[in-house]
Design a protein around this ligand. Structure first.
Ligand code: 48F
Length: 261
């Protein structure tokens, strides 16, 4: 049978529309497809939750592709290795307590496993705002990234979510919107975004986990966004904390969803 270009076009439009419609009323909406967001999405989808992840770039994987300064290897500690083992990413022992993994393998495998677990991944979509009702985040305002890049004035669309995760990394973009637009008191010591501090791998890795928590009713922070929101250090190209933060935020939200059901 000759290929019909109209059928190809219809197939893409219909299937994408189905996917987007199935993401309008989510259990969890994750913003940012870096390592912490992808890992979080994987565990939540595995537990049967309706999860979508919105990534403003064309590619998913965030800052993991480039390892350290584009030397595409990552380092993890023993605890972080546990997560890579679960995903089936190969790790190689380096010195005691240090393991390396190929950044490309780690990124592609984690992203593939998340997609196969049922996470609905939307690339090229930026989250530009939130919906807050009765002092609680309950939705995201989304738009095509090229709209933002080209500065076109096009109104966005909205997805509803029982929980949101800000996994936007160093820029902690969703929390910034809440702080700026709602004038709200965040669940941080000062009530504001505390801000990221300079690099200190040891402390940053531990505090990433402690800071993975609800930062305003309905929204949790994970990965570097957790440290930026609650005022801790950056850690550089050691990725255990990112993976463990993704796991932690999934556990916390899963528990909440179970309590509410
Ligand atoms: O920065 P990123 O990889 O976040 P992460 O999971 O991991 C941090 C590490 O990569 C590294 C580090 C630790 O070793 O310090 O930096 O915390 O991924 C964040 C993703 O969020 C996307 C952004 O393009 C990136 O892929 N993002 C940021 N803002 C938005 C967004 C937005 N407004 N809408 C959609 N995606």
């Amino acid at each position: 049978m000759p290929l019909d270009e109209l059928k190809i076009t219809q197939a893409i439009i219909e299937r994408f529309t189905e996917k987007l419609k199935s993401a309008l009323n989510l259990d969890v909406a994750i913003v940012g497809a870096g390592p912490s967001g992808m890992v979080a999405s994987y565990y939540l989808a595995k537990q049967g939750h309706n999860v979508a992840i919105f990534e403003k770039k064309l590619s998913i994987g965030g800052g993991m592709w480039g390892g350290g300064m584009m030397f595409n290897q990552i380092v993890v500690q023993k605890e972080g290795k546990r997560i890579l083992d679960e995903f089936g990413v190969k790790t190689v022992p380096y010195r005691e307590g240090y393991f390396t993994a190929d950044a490309i393998e780690a990124t592609t495998v984690i992203c593939a496993k998340a997609c196969q677990a049922g996470v609905k991944v939307f690339n090229c979509i930026s989250v530009e705002d939130v919906v807050v009702r009765e002092g609680r985040v309950c939705g995201l305002v989304i738009n095509w990234s090229p709209v933002e890049v080209t500065g076109l004035y096009v109104d966005p669309l909205v997805v509803r979510a029982r929980y949101v995760v800000d996994a936007t990394g160093h820029t902690t973009e969703v929390m910034k919107v809440i702080e700026r637009k709602m004038g709200a008191r965040l669940l941080t010591p000062s009530g504001k975004i505390e801000g990221e501090r300079s690099l200190w791998a040891e402390v940053a890795e531990t505090t990433t986990l402690e800071n993975t928590k609800e930062a305003y009713p309905g929204i949790f922070v994970s990965g570097m966004a957790a440290n930026a929101t609650f005022g801790s250090y950056r850690m550089g190209p050691i990725f255990g904390g990112m993976l463990l933060s993704g796991e932690r935020v999934a556990q916390l939200i899963h528990k909440r969803l179970q309590q509410e059901n």
